[in-house]
Design a protein around this ligand. Structure first.
Ligand code: 5GP
Ligand code: MG
Ligand code: MG
Length: 173
């Protein structure tokens, strides 16, 4: 694949926006009683989802960023996860926002690292999950959509750095 990929729409921009509002409403009611909320965006893939989601969350919160990478520019997982970024989360109610949970390796590693830092609570929100290939079991507290085991791009999610700007989700053909 060398820059001539065709993108087939999987989930429209309208459907994404509607689901984001629903998730925002759920999260708002679950976090209503805290004044120590931190939303942590897992870069780079979750940047667009996080930006839309926080506008639907009606609870005061801090917004922070970490970087997790396992894919490089290939479409195969390297099996290793590199996490960068430091945030003091002790005593805070944490919402981690991810783009895709595939094998579950990345989010399990993030979960492990964060739990060592004694947050008051820790919940996970993912735009997408691929249920067919979970190797590391994780509880996804808030899920946008389940998708088939295909390579997905758009709405923040890339292939070799491309297609992040698309307002919809698609698969590569
Ligand atoms: P996991 O560690 O759960 O196997 O993989 C999670 C990460 O792999 C995601 O956060 C994402 O960065 C990447 N990934 C998994 N599936 C896809 C996909 O279909 N498209 C893209 N662009 N990245 C994916
Ligand atoms: Mg990710
Ligand atoms: Mg990527």
């Amino acid at each position: 694949m060398t820059g001539k990929e065709t993108i087939v729409e999987l989930i429209s921009a309208e459907k994404i926006q509607q689901r984001v509002r629903e998730l925002g409403t759920l999260i708002t009611s679950d976090f209503a009683k805290t004044n120590k909320m931190i939303v942590i965006c897992v870069l780079k893939g979750a940047f667009m989802f996080t930006a839309d989601l926080v506008r639907s969350i009606e609870v005061p919160c801090h917004i922070e960023f970490i970087r997790a990478s396992s894919y490089g520019s290939s479409i195969q997982s390297s099996g290793k996860v590199c996490i960068t970024g430091t945030i003091d989360i002790e005593g805070y109610d944490i919402l981690v926002v991810e783009d895709i949970i595939d094998t579950g390796l990345t989010i399990s590693r993030i979960n492990e690292e964060f739990r060592k830092c004694n947050p008051a609570s820790l919940k996970i929100c993912s735009l997408l999950e691929k249920p067919a290939v979970r190797k590391h079991p994780v509880t996804i507290d808030y899920l946008g959509f389940s998708v088939p085991n295909r390579f997905v791009v758009g709405y923040g999610i890339d292939y070799a750095g491309k297609y992040r700007q698309l307002p919809f989700l698609g698969t590569l053909k």
